[in-house]
Design a protein around this ligand. Structure first.
Ligand SMILES: C[S@@+](CC[C@H](N)C(=O)[O-])C[C@H]1O[C@@H](n2cnc3c(N)ncnc32)[C@H](O)[C@@H]1O
Length: 275
């Protein structure tokens, strides 16, 4: 398992990321002027359909201002900052990648949200929180890097309050193998995809009851088709974070969806009252 975690860490290791972020951010305004979280959405929402997907997932999860929310695999912190700004909740993000956590803290300073949103470097398989600490947990485009799904979902269940919500938005396997390299893995060694059904079979025994179950593949395909037609993005984008080959990684995900090899799943679960 350590080999796998090291491989995933390597994939998301972004040396000198904060310095690299400063140049595109300078175009958005002077450093002392707080940025609006959505100004960063081209580069800090690291999943299919970006900010639109986070907005929808938060609505489905029923997030409100009095809640404590955990974002598991929080990346650069874009979803966490958006949730805090849009819903007024307190958000904690946790991510395996030290460089992403440092960048997430830096960007949160730039949006002036450090009092409401915080980040910790840790594995989703060993969450550094007490039992029943959160009302909602989000997992967006993370599970495909994790082999031990039973442990992942048990950890999420453990830190949720009884009756709390778990909202997941992930890439799933459909028919055949995807085209590599992909945004989360350059080779199959760190890509641990499951089908949608196998995902449900891993989640429910961890102590969850399914509330919402959507196949979002067609919406994702339409988004990729639009992206392809509109050409390279003008605003700061994930190429700053993942390097110039990111366009190719994203194109392989789009192609794998179009060819029916991969799908996109949105699901919301309720944590059982008894574990
Ligand atoms: C594709 S990014 C998605 C980031 C974020 N959820 C978003 O949607 O913007 C996947 C993230 O999952 C994190 N990750 C992968 N495996 C992890 C693990 N075992 N524990 C914690 N984070 C993990 C990676 O470091 C990376 O930041």
């Amino acid at each position: 398992m350590t080999d796998l975690l090291d491989g995933v860490r390597d994939h998301y290791r972004a040396t000198g990321l904060i310095e690299r972020l400063k140049a595109p951010l300078a175009a958005l305004g002077p450093e002392e002027r707080p940025l609006a979280p959505e100004q960063l959405s081209g580069l800090d929402q690291f999943h299919t359909r970006g900010l639109a997907a986070t907005t929808e997932l938060a609505k489905l999860a029923g997030i409100t201002g009095d809640m404590r929310v955990l974002d598991v695999g929080s990346g650069l912190g874009g979803p966490a900052r958006f949730l805090a700004a849009a819903h007024g909740c307190r958000v904690t993000g946790v991510d395996l990648s030290e460089s992403f956590v440092e960048a997430a803290r830096y960007l949160t300073g730039r949006t002036g949200q450090s009092g409401q949103v915080s980040f910790e470097a840790a594995s989703a398989l060993e969450l550094p929180f007490d039992d029943a600490s959160f009302d909602v947990a989000l997992l967006q485009h993370v599970a495909m890097n994790i082999a031990d799904r039973a442990r992942l979902y048990r950890e999420i269940r453990r830190v949720l309050k009884p009756g709390g919500r778990f909202a997941t938005y992930d890439v799933v396997l459909r028919d055949g193998e995807p085209h590599y390299p992909l945004p989360w893995a350059r080779t199959p060694a760190t890509s641990l995809l499951l089908t949608a059904e196998a995902t449900r079979e891993a989640i429910e025994p961890a102590g969850f009851q399914t509330l919402i179950w959507h196949d979002d593949t067609e919406t994702a395909k339409a988004w990729f088709a639009e992206l392809r037609a509109s050409g390279p993005p003008s605003s700061p984008n994930l190429g700053v974070v993942m390097g110039p080959e990111f366009a190719q990684l994203a194109a392989n995900l789009g192609r794998s969806l179009m060819e029916g090899r991969l799908g996109i799943l949105t699901a919301v679960f309720e944590a059982a009252t008894v574990r």
